[in-house]
Design a protein around this ligand. Structure first.
Ligand code: MLT
Ligand code: MN
Ligand code: ZN
Length: 314
């Protein structure tokens, strides 16, 4: 299995268009050493498949989340454009881990597809994307959607990627602000994905939104060779401290890295052999600054920060 990080930032990207925090201003004027990053998405492949849709040796990919920046991400990812036909794409299916704006708006940008998108999402995400924010209904006037219900806890498959097995785990986080479930999330509003390569046995766990780590999420993290987990905020009061919001990280569905019970403590308890990667990083997070003490602490602990274009083979 190969994972390509298409977008490693949280909603807003980095730098965020209207933000003049230390990181955003600094990356703009070159005084902070950091990579710009686009909004949250990864692509996953298990490699070339013979006779896939009559295209030999093209590697089909699953797109996990459709970022508003997807067009730039695809432009920067030639492997996702096999160029075998006048209209072509390497994306064989799309999986949504929630209904957040940063994970779904890119569906609009993919409306020129020549057939309906095979799209996996949970029942509650489907409800949000057909009622309060009816992207999927709007798309029926363009390429259309071939909706595949995403079963909670059970295994599912994406036909074009026969070597991979997928499992969706309900996780503690937050549905989008427009969702009727925002104040009282339902199981399935947010999921983590366990991806297993049947040929090699390797496993990856992807969960860019984790407000807390419950027992099933912890089991998934412990059994994975590589975890790509919520890297949104360094501290729980990061946005409050900067005067940017009145809400704590945990109030909007994200477990901060520092502090008691924070992500760093959890990652510390994983086996030394587990590859530990923070993803979905908010532009305010000091770990984006490659010269920050917080980034040095991650390096000391063997924790990586995802970047756009990063490729991982768990
Ligand atoms: C979040 O995960 O909280 C977001 O990045 C929200 C957003 O898309 O603005
Ligand atoms: Mn997000
Ligand atoms: Zn900023």
């Amino acid at each position: 299995m190969k994972i390509r990080v298409l977008g490693s930032a949280a909603g807003g990207g980095f730098p965020q268009w209207n933000c003049n925090c230390h990181n955003c201003a600094g990356v703009r004027d070159g005084t902070v050493r950091a990579r710009p990053r686009t909004q949250s998405s990864i692509a996953v492949t298990s490699g070339p498949v013979e006779n896939y849709e009559a295209i030999d040796h093209a590697a089909p990919w699953a797109l996990i989340n459709a970022s508003p920046d997807v067009l730039f991400q695809l432009r920067d990812s030639p492997a996702l454009q096999p160029a075998q036909q006048i209209r072509d794409t390497g994306i064989a299916g799309i999986v949504l881990i929630d209904g957040q704006i940063d994970h779904t708006t890119g569906l609009y940008m993919l409306r020129e597809a020549t057939r309906p998108w095979q799209l996996w999402c949970t029942e509650s995400v489907y409800a949000d994307l057909t009622r309060r924010n009816p992207i999927l209904d709007v798309l029926s006037h363009y390429c259309g959607i071939d909706h595949r219900p995403l079963p909670l806890g059970e295994e599912f498959r994406i036909e074009a990627l026969p070597a991979l097995r997928w499992r969706a785990l309900p996780v503690a986080s937050k549905p989008p602000p427009y969702s009727p479930n925002r104040a009282a999330p339902l199981a399935g509003d947010n999921i983590g994905l366990v991806m297993t390569d049947q040929r090699t046995g390797s496993k990856a766990f992807y969960a860019p939104g984790l407000a807390a780590i419950d027992e099933p999420a912890w089991q998934a993290m412990r059994s994975a060779d590589c975890v790509l987990v919520d890297g949104t905020f360094w501290s729980d009061d990061e946005m409050i401290h900067l005067g940017l919001s009145s809400q704590r990280a945990r109030d909007i569905g994200h477990l901060a890295q520092s502090g008691e019970g924070g992500m760093l403590e959890w990652l510390e308890r994983l086996p030394a052999s587990t590859r530990k990667i923070l993803i979905h990083v908010n532009n305010t997070n000091p770990i984006l600054d490659e010269d920050s003490p917080q980034r040095a602490e991650l390096t000391r602990r063997g924790i990586e920060v995802a970047w756009d274009g990063m490729e991982i083979e768990p």
